[in-house]
Write a protein that binds this ligand. Structure first.
Ligand code: DGY
Length: 325
C-alpha cells in the first residue's frame, strides 16, 4: 500500500469482482480497492468507498444515476464501465462534474452475437419445452413432436446494425437467413454485406419472420416493441433480445404471445433483472437466459482488461478512445 502511495499510483475502486487475472492486472497498474465478496454496494457504501479514489470501475449492476454521481468525491475523474452498454450511468451528470465515462466496445461483439443466435435457435426450435421433456423422461418420438420453425430461408430483421447487429447478420446468413435491417442511418454497401435496409421500423417489422434486437437502450428505443408496433409483424413471428430489456413492453409482448401473434420469444435481457415478469413463466415458447451475452472467459477477460486500460490511457494522456460522454 505504502509503496503504491510513494509510486503515486492512481487509486481506483472496482465495484464488483473481476476474473482473478484481471484483478491482478488492475493491482499492478493501480492502487486498486477490490470487492472480495462481490457484494452489491448500496449507493451510500459506493460513495463512502470512493472517498480518496481517482476513478471507479463500475459494472451494469451499479446504478450511477444523477444523485449518486453528484455525491461522489471531487477526486473522481473517471468512471470506467465494465460493459459496452452504459444505460446504468447518467452521462450528462458525469459530464457536468467533469468525470469521463468509458465503455468496452468490440471485445464482446462475437460472444453477444453467439448468444443472439442461441436465442433465435432456442426460440425457433422450442428448446425450453424440449429440455423439460428430456429432463423428465416423459416423451416419445413422433412425426409431429415439438415441431418448431426453421431458420433456412426465413427473413431476419436486425434492429440496430452496429457492431453486434452486423455480427448477428453474418452468423444468421450462414444459417441461410435473409437479412433485413433498420438503423439510424443506412450503412455503406460494404458494411451492409447484402442486407436490405428499411428506413422505418414499420417497414422492417413487416418483413421480420424473426427479429433480433441489437440497438442501444435510449429514450427513442425504450418500449420500441409495444402494442402498436407488434401489429406490424407477420403472424407467428419470433422476437429475440440480446441488447437491453428496456426495449420491450412486456405486457404487450405477453398479450401477443397469448394471441399467438408472436410464436416465441428469446430473451437474454429483460426489464427488472433478475426479476423476470412472471407472465413469461406461463409461456412454454419463452426461451429465457440470465444476461449471458458476454459471459465467456475470453470475453469477460478482454472486457475487464479494456476497462482497466481505458483508465490507464486516461490517466496517462488525459483522453480515452472509448470515452462515451
Ligand atoms: C454489456 O457489455 O453491455 C453487457 O450487457 C454486460 O454483460
Amino acid at each position: 500500500k505504502n509503496i503504491k502511495k510513494e509510486l503515486n499510483m492512481k487509486k481506483i475502486l472496482i465495484t464488483r469482482r473481476l476474473l482473478r487475472a484481471c484483478e491482478e492486472k488492475a493491482s499492478k497498474i493501480f492502487d486498486a480497492k477490490l470487492n472480495g465478496n462481490d457484494e452489491l454496494y448500496s449507493q451510500s457504501k459506493l460513495i463512502e468507498l470512493s472517498q480518496g479514489c481517482d476513478a471507479i470501475l463500475t459494472s451494469i449492476t451499479d446504478k450511477m444515476d444523477k444523485d449518486t454521481i453528484n455525491k461522489l468525491p471531487d477526486s473522481i475523474k473517471a468512471i470506467s464501465n465494465f460493459a459496452v452498454g452504459f444505460g446504468n450511468i447518467d452521462l450528462e451528470a458525469a459530464k457536468d462534474r467533469n468525470i469521463i465515462v468509458t465503455n468496452t466496445p468490440d471485445v464482446l461483439t462475437d460472444a453477444t452475437a453467439e448468444i443472439a443466435m442461441l436465442l433465435i435457435l432456442g426460440a425457433a426450435r422450442r428448446a425450453s419445452e424440449g429440455i423439460e421433456y428430456a429432463k423428465n423422461n416423459n416423451w416419445k418420438w413422433s412425426a409431429d413432436f415439438l415441431i418448431g420453425k426453421q431458420l433456412t430461408g426465413a427473413r431476419l430483421g436486425v434492429l440496430g446494425m452496429g457492431r453486434i447487429g452486423r455480427a448477428v447478420a453474418k452468423l444468421a446468413k450462414a444459417f441461410g437467413m435473409i437479412i433485413n435491417y433498420h438503423n439510424r442511418s443506412k450503412l455503406s454497401p460494404e458494411l451492409e454485406d447484402g442486407a436490405i435496409y428499411h428506413d422505418s421500423i414499420k417497414s422492417l417489422f413487416s418483413v421480420s419472420d424473426f427479429l433480433s434486437i441489437n440497438c442501444p437502450a435510449t429514450k427513442e428505443t425504450v418500449n420500441i416493441i409495444n402494442k402498436e408496433t407488434l401489429k406490424y409483424f407477420p403472424t407467428g413471428a419470433i422476437i429475440t433480445n440480446s441488447a437491453r430489456g428496456d426495449m420491450i413492453d412486456d405486457e404487450a409482448m405477453l398479450d401477443a404471445l397469448d394471441r399467438r401473434k408472436i410464436y416465441a420469444v428469446g430473451l437474454d435481457v429483460y426489464k427488472g433483472e433478475p426479476n423476470l415478469n412472471p407472465g413469461y413463466l406461463k409461456h412454454k415458447s419463452a426461451f429465457i437466459l440470465p444476461h449471458l451475452g458476454s459471459a465467456t472467459k475470453e470475453t469477460r477477460t478482454a472486457m475487464a482488461n479494456l476497462a482497466i486500460d481505458n483508465l490507464d490511457e486516461f490517466f496517462n494522456t488525459g483522453q480515452c478512445r472509448n470515452k462515451v460522454n
